[in-house]
Design a binder for this molecule. Structure first.
Ligand SMILES: [Zn+2]
Length: 315
């Protein structure tokens, strides 16, 4: 029995994925061409850092017919995302120079993927495919040249590899692992604030995993760096694709071994310990000072909630 009634569990953003990636078919150009030629082929469209949505009576639709997507503006890159019910799904990057012209069209809405998720601008079934498209198209836009020899590379494997014609190097889309953790000291947890956060909002600490480092060590290092807290045991909770621009958030709980804070002000505006009932009030948006915990679509909310809802000590 949870000590707090926090209501129904919200869905973790970007994770309800109906797309079958069919990664084993990416090298089958004939298969991809056949999918693309069918009337049910659909595409998600990215223009610069924005996603293009079609505005309609029933709400916003991010899924265009493939031919319609190709007609919006010159296509810079196409990736095969997979299939839904046998129908092909593609991600398309169109010429970013067309942003203003497209914004002027009353039937289109160009906005960023974070706003789409936070404001619930599209049906949740599209969020995972949008994250997939946005992240891999971002990688293409910034990795056009061979990191080994500098030659212009070409897209192969349905958009999941770039090959160098000069030195034969193969380049694959990256995902950057980020640890995001809640340090726990008995009935208290450690939350931090970045200056860019909305007023009154607190969240878990987070940081990139470095080369040659385990997830556990990254959790300990980042918590020590940012807040001066030494952590012992680390327990994995869950992960979340985070297409800003192309990360994987790895959610953990960590056992705090020390309690004296030393906040790195270059990383955080503030960090402090919060009692369990205070955090519950933040999650429920009933805190007397208007403090809140991060938005339910982000994994930090779920990491915090799992601790609140646990009826036994985590460590
Ligand atoms: Zn090369």
């Amino acid at each position: 029995m949870s000590p707090f009634d926090l209501g129904p569990k919200p869905r973790l953003g970007y994770t309800a994925d109906p797309v079958e990636r069919l990664s084993e078919r990416r090298s089958d150009a004939e298969f991809l061409a056949e999918l693309a030629g069918r009337g049910d082929a659909g595409a998600y469209v990215v223009c610069g850092d924005l996603v293009v949505l079609r505005q309609g009576q029933a709400g916003n639709d991010p899924l265009f017919a493939l031919t319609q997507a190709q007609g919006l503006a010159p296509v810079r890159e196409t990736v095969f995302l997979g299939t839904v019910g046998g129908a092909g799904r593609f991600g398309i990057a169109i010429d970013a120079g067309e942003i203003e012209a497209l914004k002027a069209k009353t039937d289109l809405l160009l906005t960023d993927l974070r706003s789409i998720a936070v404001q619930g601008l599209v049906e949740t079934q599209h969020l995972s495919a949008l994250a997939e498209a946005k992240a891999v198209l971002h990688w293409h836009a910034r990795h056009r040249f061979c990191a080994n020899c500098g030659a212009l590379t070409r897209t192969v494997q349905g958009g999941w590899r770039r090959d160098c014609p000069a030195c034969a190097a193969q380049h694959f889309p990256r995902t950057d692992p980020v640890v995001i953790m809640l340090a726990i000291d008995g009935e208290r947890c450690l939350l931090g604030r970045q200056s860019r956060f909305a007023k009154g909002m607190w969240s878990c600490l987070a940081g990139f995993v470095e080369p040659g480092e385990t997830i556990e060590d990254a959790v300990r290092r980042e918590t020590l760096e940012e807040a001066g807290i030494v952590c012992g045991r680390v327990a994995y909770f869950a992960s979340q694709p985070w297409p800003f621009p192309m990360s994987l958030m790895i959610g953990c709980h960590a056992q705090a071994l020390t309690t004296e804070l030393k906040v790195d002000r270059s990383e955080l505006e503030d960090a402090r310990w919060f009692a369990r009932d205070e955090v519950a009030a933040m999650v429920l948006r009933k805190h007397p000072d208007g403090l809140t915990a991060t938005h339910p679509f982000a994994i930090a909310h779920h990491i915090i909630r799992a601790w609140l809802e646990s009826d036994q000590s985590f460590f």
